[in-house]
Design a protein around this ligand. Structure first.
Ligand SMILES: C[S@@+](CC[C@H](N)C(=O)[O-])C[C@H]1O[C@@H](n2cnc3c(N)ncnc32)[C@H](O)[C@@H]1O
Ligand code: SF4
Ligand code: SF4
Ligand code: SF4
Length: 368
């Protein structure tokens, strides 16, 4: 069970930092290497394990962490690729931990040894988030090219038994269609806290032409409906739905989420972005300090144009909040027609509900 008081406190810290434009959250992709080969991955690809020489050294990461700390870092997430592939993982983790930075770990879980569990028990992480890529070895193989289901599940159990805050994340893609609901059900049955990454996937950064992992709108509606019904019972379809789109002729500028306001990402080769979803700014921490890179990242975010169609749109509340998902391009000021269609179809299927007219909609939470 997650500690709600801690989560509320963390959210309030992040909100305050966002107002002050302080990068309190840092997401660090320590490596592009991985022991798995997920077909939908946006970082790792067939060539990534040969790129070890271009990874940042231990000393460079420590320098980045020190500068980030001086800029206001308090919540770090170590990711990749698979961050446990780095032989200096514990050294880098401890470098942050000893500064009292809260350190989270994003992992596929298959490399977590008894030694890691002991290490995390001694130096507790903020969270360990394990991606689960199947509910059977066959399904897992289909997504990742390797068998790893039993290993990942065993790691989740061991972490939980050691009282480490562990949760599961699921990333549905065309390769996981058959097992997506099975994974969600497996997590419910086993008492694993579980969340899904949004259905709208990123392209691979190095091979943007690869697009066979994307789900169709029909697939997303079908999986969303099955997921809804797993928790809520039968969805009730809605016959008449409003047209998407408001009628503003002006695009709002800048973002309202945490990207480039309270959070920064550093890629495995040392570039800073406002968010994994927004590879913009393109500033290298090999050429400038964290504080300088942060200034440029904030500027890049400030130039973004939000969808003019979204202003006053009846679907604003049920549509994916992430601007990177809504927009046709980061500087066009227009939203993607397929996102509008998806939002409308989810409402028509009874999976999402439009707020009642006149009902106050709470301010959206930023992602961490
Ligand atoms: C790149 S992985 C790195 C950490 C670790 N290797 C893992 O698999 O959790 C971080 C998260 O991104 C998700 N992911 C992978 N490919 C994606 C894509 N194309 N779009 C969005 N998220 C993706 C993964 O499933 C995982 O939950
Ligand atoms: S385990 Fe994570 S980093 Fe590795 S290929 Fe899969 S999504 Fe990418
Ligand atoms: S992206 Fe969403 S909020 Fe924006 S116009 Fe389309 S449906 Fe409305
Ligand atoms: S809403 Fe999108 S761009 Fe903003 S922080 Fe969340 S994932 Fe990143």
């Amino acid at each position: 069970m997650e500690n709600q008081t801690y989560i509320q406190w963390k959210k309030s810290m992040v909100r305050a930092a966002k107002k002050m434009k302080t990068p309190i959250v840092g997401h660090y992709e320590l490596t592009a290497c991985c022991n798995l080969d997920c077909k939908m991955c946006f970082i790792h690809n067939a060539d990534s394990n040969a790129l070890r020489a271009r990874e940042l050294s231990t000393e460079t990461w420590k320098r980045i962490f020190d500068e980030a700390y001086d800029s206001g870092l308090f919540f770090a997430a170590l990711s990749g690729g698979e961050c446990l592939m780095r032989s200096d993982f514990e050294e880098l983790y401890l470098h942050l931990w000893k500064k009292r930075v809260r350190v989270g770990v994003l992992t596929n879980g298959t490399l977590i040894s008894d030694g890691h569990v002991e290490f995390f028990r001694k130096y507790p992480p903020d969270f360990v988030r394990v991606s689960l890529y199947g509910c059977s070895e066959e399904g897992y193989l289909q997504v990742t090219g390797h068998k790893g289901f039993e290993k990942a599940v065993s790691a989740i159990r061991k972490l939980r038994d050691a009282k480490i805050r562990v949760s599961v994340v699921v990333t549905p893609s065309s390769y996981m269609k058959d097992e997506y609901i099975g994974i969600r059900r497996y997590c419910i049955e086993n008492g694993f806290p579980c969340q899904s990454n949004n259905f709208l996937l990123l392209k691979n950064r190095e091979c943007p032409e690869k697009d066979d992992h994307f789900l169709s709108i029909d697939d997303i509606v079908e999986l969303s409906k099955a997921q809804y019904e797993l928790s809520n019972g039968p969805a009730i379809p809605v016959e008449i739905t409003p047209e998407p789109h408001g009628n503003s002729k002006v695009s709002p500028k800048g973002l309202t989420c945490n990207a480039g306001a309270g959070a920064a990402v550093v890629s495995w080769d040392g570039r800073m972005y406002p968010c994994v979803m927004l590879p913009i700014g393109d500033v290298s921490l090999l050429e400038m300090s964290y504080a300088e890179a942060w200034e440029k990242t904030k500027e890049a975010v400030g130039e973004m144009l939000l969808g003019m169609e979204c202003v006053g749109c009846p679907y604003d509340d049920v549509c994916p909040k992430c601007p990177a998902m809504r927009l046709t391009g980061l500087y066009t000021g227009h939203c993607k027609p397929e996102v509008c269609e998806l939002s409308r179809r989810l409402v028509a299927a009874g999976v999402k509900k439009l707020p009642d007219p006149g009902q106050a909609v709470p301010e959206a939470e930023s992602c961490d």
